[in-house]
Ligand binder design. Structure first.
Ligand code: SAM
Length: 342
């Protein structure tokens, strides 16, 4: 990195990287993977752990200090703890993982020992039959055991719930209660029309304004928690009983202006926005042994030119439907959320 901090065309710094380690998932969530068939990445194309580690060093050199492993379902990647070990000693302020918790009962302690600092767990419902309808799998009990194992091993766990009208929007309070019982914080996420959400419709979105109005009516108030300078996607709120929760309003109140995140798919394609359609392939330069400086220069140029404001641009669209139709997802599977990681 030069002497000037790297910023993009809108003055946004580059701090945070999401690394997808697999495009496979053991759930088929209605809002992410609702189709019967998918085009999968070839195993040979997946970045090796050592390649990911080299790449993360390059990103750190450009100013990144937060890394989150994601997928697909990252715990499906074999020997994931070895990757965590490789990353744990790097100069990062955060090293986190996003998971659906199905395999967490087995992996919570090993991940902690390997040096993982934090977990984000996706949990959309506490009702087992609903879980089956939402995910097409019967793993709710495993998820719950995984969350309890996480509570033993980690602090600061976030429970992420995508709230959909008529599906789970009656579970705001139960989710708050459950999160408190396991020492976690809930983040209610607006349903996004990202690639993969082929059944997205605006009437399924519960806007932040409505979520907050409902919680105010129930609890008597929601005070914003002031976090100056925060680039976190969630706005946090305090209930009169002292509990704190977050809302990620990517659909109705996007926060592109403070977005300091980029993503790398499991096969090494770099995307500067969840909605970006053009990625930059980093696997070829990595595999042919280009020096780190040369790879850094490519990424630096990409970031410097970045002007994406994907979620804001989507919010301006009238009569919004799914962002990417199924045919386009088939033609370019990298547009799928489960390829680039949420
Ligand atoms: N398998 C892991 C998990 O379940 O957390 C990591 C990958 S998943 C793609 C990451 C996050 O993206 C999950 O919290 C999921 O709920 C969220 N997500 C996927 N599709 C979404 C959509 N259409 N709208 C909002 N969030 C979505």
């Amino acid at each position: 990195m030069g002497t000037m901090p790297l910023v993009d065309a809108l003055g946004r710094p580059f701090r945070s990287l999401r690394v997808s380690v697999t495009d496979r998932c053991n759930l088929r969530c209605e809002y992410c993977m609702p189709e019967e068939e998918y085009v999968w990445l070839s195993r040979d194309d997946l970045l090796h752990f050592e390649e990911i580690s080299r790449l993360v060093d390059v990103f750190i050199g450009l100013g990144v200090d937060k890394v989150r492993l994601t997928g697909g379902e990252p715990l499906l990647r074999r020997n994931l703890c070895q990757l965590v070990e490789l990353l744990a000693d790097k100069p990062l302020t955060d090293l986190a993982l996003t998971t659906n918790a199905i395999l967490l009962e087995e992996f919570a302690q090993p991940l902690r020992r390997a040096g993982l600092r934090r977990l984000n767990i996706s949990l959309d419902t506490l009702v087992p039959e609903r879980f089956v309808r939402l995910t097409r799998q019967h793993d709710h009990a495993r998820v719950m055991r995984g969350i309890h194992a996480a509570a033993q091993a980690f602090e600061g766990t976030k429970l992420d719930a995508v709230i959909m009208r008529g599906v789970n929007d009656d579970e705001l309070e139960p989710l708050l209660d459950f999160a408190a019982s396991v020492g976690a914080e809930v983040r209610f996420i607006e349903y996004m029309d990202v690639g993969g959400a082929t059944r997205w419709a605006s009437d399924l979105v519960v806007p932040r304004s409505e979520l907050l109005a409902r919680l105010r009516a129930r609890f008597g108030g929601t005070e914003p928690v002031e976090e100056p300078g925060s680039s976190a996607p969630a706005d946090r709120f305090l209930l009169p009983d002292g509990r704190v929760f977050g809302v990620i309003a990517s659909t109705t109140a996007p926060f592109c202006r403070s977005c300091d995140r980029a993503r790398v798919t499991a096969d090494g394609v770099f995307y500067t926005c969840l909605y970006a359609t053009d990625g930059m392939a980093l696997r070829p330069p990595l595999r042919r042994g280009d020096p780190p400086d040369a790879i850094a220069a490519r990424i630096e140029a990409r970031w410097a030119a970045r002007s994406d404001r994907g979620a804001e641009a989507r919010a301006e669209v009238k009569d919004r439907t799914a962002f990417v139709p199924v045919s386009a997802l088939r033609a370019d599977p990298h547009l799928e959320m489960h390829k680039r990681g949420g």
